[in-house]
Design a binder for this molecule. Sequence first.
Ligand code: NAG
Ligand code: SF4
Length: 454
Amino acid sequence: LCTQRASRRSCAAGRGQSLDENLGHPRGSKQPPAPGTRSAALYVHWPYCEKRCNYCNFNKYIPRTLDEGAMQKCLVKETTTLLKLRIPSEIDSVFFGGGTPSLASPHTVASVLETIAQTTHLPAKAEVTLEANPTSSQASRLTAFQGAGINRLSIGIQSLDNKELQLLGRTHSVSDALGTLEEARRVYPGRTSVDLMFGLPAQQVEPWLRQLQELLSLCDDHISLYQLTLERGTLLFAQVQQGTLPSPDPEAAAEMYQHGREILREAGFRQYEVSNFARNEALSTHNWTYWQGGQYIGVGPGAHGRFVPRGDGGSLREARIQTLEPDNWMKEVSMFGHGTRKRVSLSELELLEEVLALGLRTDTGITHQHWLQFEPQLSLWDVFGKAEEVRELQSQGLLLLDHRGLRCSWEGLAVLDTVLLRLLLQLQNAWENRPPPMLKVTESGAASQREDSR
Ligand SMILES: *[C@@H]1O[C@H](CO)[C@@H](O)[C@H](O)[C@H]1NC(C)=O
Ligand code: SF4
């Protein structure tokens, strides 16, 4: 669970010099549909945990007493308010994250899902994921969550070594994790995901690869690999600082990542995103929406959302951030119907930067069609076609720009951070030097200046 604290970034360790003809983009494989502006994904944040993990500085709280009834009422209320503000014609995925949402009662989960179904359309095929912590997911609970409407489970296994689990401060053991996995596969066959961390202090490459092999023999069709990041304010950070633990070795972590993804590729897993691997088309559509710059609504303390403001032409985005601290958030929701702390409009350039940064995380990258949805005036060719930087990345075999669009090669995905940095600079450059807004012909036939906020 809450790999929030483990890096979603790639290991920028300077691999990928070798030219690989096999670019790892399976042809003809099905993509989830590109997100439209009428539908949206919905994220629900459950902020509570049993105990603080040693590496986590995420938005979570360890309550002494918890009034679940009040929390449930507020989640339902905010869901209603935010949906009514937006009125998406349907919600095509829901994700319960945290914190430890598997500590919430199935009844709470059910009431949020019922609210969505009543306020807008929640198709039966919509992906509805719950993040689960091995200790809190006894068999009966997994079935109860299914009854509540959950159809996909993401289990925070993190390690198959009890000493490492202790180091991380996880509350579960390896046998808890494997028990939960087995049960989850029975209840959610083909729709169970597992998280594994790498790059821990003192962790060695070979033993970690054996963990991955073991997990591979037991897991379902989806695996996420996350590199540990040391965050200020965590126990692990302090221990490394004081020298009671060695600092994680970035070279070793890069090797784990590189060998790990090779092992997964050989086992038939598609690396569809920097940290995510799926076989049998079991990609997460919720996360795919996010990487494709689709709309999403964030409910719960500290949740983030992004959507197209109503009545707008469809290209601009508003970011919405909910109040962080659960008690304050609850007060605001009771008073105003929602706990939005901040609303910001993304500028056109910020939106394009986001489209670029998120899209390049996926193996299919950014198609021309996708880009034009956000920027009809300046094509991918205009921005990147003539850039020296891009030509260099292409000749190193890290990047591709062709009739399909712009994407990282399999090698490039492993060094996304460096690739992205150069592309963002190029985008900013092209944006500053873009031609003035074009004259466009209105429906009545008269030419008028393009109306925008440039
Ligand atoms: C998917 O998205 C949710 C937020 O919407 C996030 O909490 C979760 O960690 C993401 N999972 C992966 C595998 O990136
Ligand atoms: S279970 Fe809670 S404390 Fe542990 S990593 Fe997840 S959010 Fe953080």
